[in-house]
Each structure stands twice: as structure tokens, then as C-alpha cells.
Ligand binder design. Structure first.
Ligand SMILES: [Zn+2]
Ligand SMILES: [Zn+2]
Length: 108
């Protein structure tokens, strides 16, 4: 637990899709795409990371369909607390996000 870390505080500001003892998956408040967050502040080993990504893909498949998304592992805003986004194919933000620019071709 890192004080002031947005992911540690895990505030339920958007819809939550899944949670278990290792992680939770909720819509990212910025992107509005499903985002998985490890419950531990830090970075998991590769085996744990793969297990977590499997859970993210389950949620993403429900939302965007088989092959309708891509996994973005880059941690831009909070690099030291593991999380990953599933984004719609060919786009960066979910169409529900105010930042969605799919209609302009998306340069994100
Ligand atoms: Zn944290
Ligand atoms: Zn996001």
C-alpha cells in the first residue's frame, strides 16, 4: 500500500467487472476501457502477470468481442503499480470516453 497511489486506494468511481484476491478489473476513469489492477503495489513476476492478463482478456472479450481489442501493457501515469488496459481494436479510448477520437482516425 502506497499512500497517495490512485490504484492502491481503488476507489469505485466506474463500473467494476471483476475482482478476486489478486486483482480487480474496472473501467479506467480516463480511457473508459477495461483496466486490470494488481492488488499489490509493485510489479508481479511473469507468471502472475500472464495469469492476470488472462482475466483482463476475459472481460475484454465480453465487451469488444473475440479479437476486438488489444492489450496495452504500458503504464503511463502510474509506472510503479502494475496495471494494464484492454483497448478496442484500432482505438485508444473507449467510445464512451470524452477523449474518444475514433471518428478522426485516432492518434493516440
Ligand atoms: Zn499502488
Ligand atoms: Zn486509462
Amino acid at each position: 500500500m502506497d499512500e497517495g497511489c490512485l490504484l492502491c486506494s481503488a476507489e469505485r468511481m466506474t463500473e467494476w467487472h471483476l475482482e478476486d484476491e489478486d486483482c480487480w478489473v474496472a473501467d479506467c476513469i480516463v480511457c473508459m476501457t477495461p483496466m486490470i489492477v494488481w492488488r499489490t503495489h509493485g510489479l508481479p513476476d511473469q507468471r502472475m502477470e500472464q495469469a492476470l492478463l488472462t482475466r483482463l482478456k476475459t472481460v475484454a472479450t465480453e465487451r469488444y468481442g473475440d479479437g476486438g481489442f488489444w492489450v496495452d501493457p504500458e503504464r503511463r501515469r502510474i509506472p510503479d503499480h502494475w496495471h494494464a488496459h484492454a483497448r478496442p481494436a484500432g482505438a485508444f479510448f473507449d467510445p464512451r470516453s470524452t477523449l474518444f477520437e475514433g471518428r478522426k482516425g485516432g492518434e493516440g
